[in-house]
Write a new protein. Structure first.
Length: 220
């Protein structure tokens, strides 16, 4: 990482005093105290309108203390076992499809890294439509589709023949490469590929839902 431009130092003696003071704090009270002071200085600089270097990360702030967090619902060991099945089956879907046709491609790592997020949603947050509830609208990251198919297979919604025809949706019983409500209208809600469109589309969809509610076209 590039260091500061020394040509902008209009008072080298003052700069040296600041650096010596920082070294003294670290020697006397440790790096934690130095970190606290630097954070306070940065906060004051922001409030004063000083331009600060851009940072790729920002401090993490938990809204709940660990001792105030609720216990995880459900059977954690069972969910972890199911998660292992799903990761394996998602990988197998892509591998088996490419054994028949090496040009099909597919994505393995995407779902493997995001599986816990999706399963937490499926188990504890998302609701299917019922008589008294329209259910949730879910934008699935497109490259995670093998994992969603793997879950549907365990639920009995998709057959092995369909999984073996992954990415060959032109002829039955093929299933689409990515979320595709036109080709699989009873399975997918939204088309979310290319990568990155899903989160943006979800925000616009939520805004549109609020518009429908405000116009009296949809119940809140």
């Amino acid at each position: 990482m590039a260091g500061p431009d020394r040509r902008q130092d209009i008072d080298p003696a003052e700069t040296r005093e600041w650096l010596e003071a920082l070294a003294s704090v670290i020697a006397a009270d440790g790096p934690e105290r130095a970190q606290f002071l630097l954070q306070e200085l940065l906060a004051q600089a922001r409030r004063s309108g000083a331009a600060l270097p851009a940072a790729a990360t920002t401090p993490y702030v938990n809204t709940l203390r660990p001792e105030d967090e609720a216990l995880r619902p459900g059977d954690a060991s069972l969910e972890e076992r199911l998660l292992s099945f799903l990761r394996w089956n998602a990988m197998a879907i892509v591998v088996r499809a490419n054994r028949d046709n090496s040009g099909l491609g597919g994505h393995i790592a995407t779902y493997a890294s995001a599986a816990l997020l999706y399963e937490t949603g499926f188990h504890h947050f998302w609701h299917a439509p019922t008589d008294g509830d329209r259910g949730d609208l879910i934008y699935i990251q497109g490259h995670c589709s093998p994992g969603i198919y793997a879950r549907a297979f365990l639920e009995g919604r998709l057959s092995q023949a369909q999984l073996d025809a992954f990415r060959r949706e032109v002829e039955p019983p093929g299933i689409s490469s990515y979320p595709h409500p036109w080709l699989m209208g009873d399975f997918w809600q939204f088309a979310t590929v290319s990568m990155g469109l899903g989160p943006l589309m979800a925000m616009y969809q939520a805004r549109f839902q609020k518009y429908l509610v405000a116009r009296g076209l949809l119940e809140d």
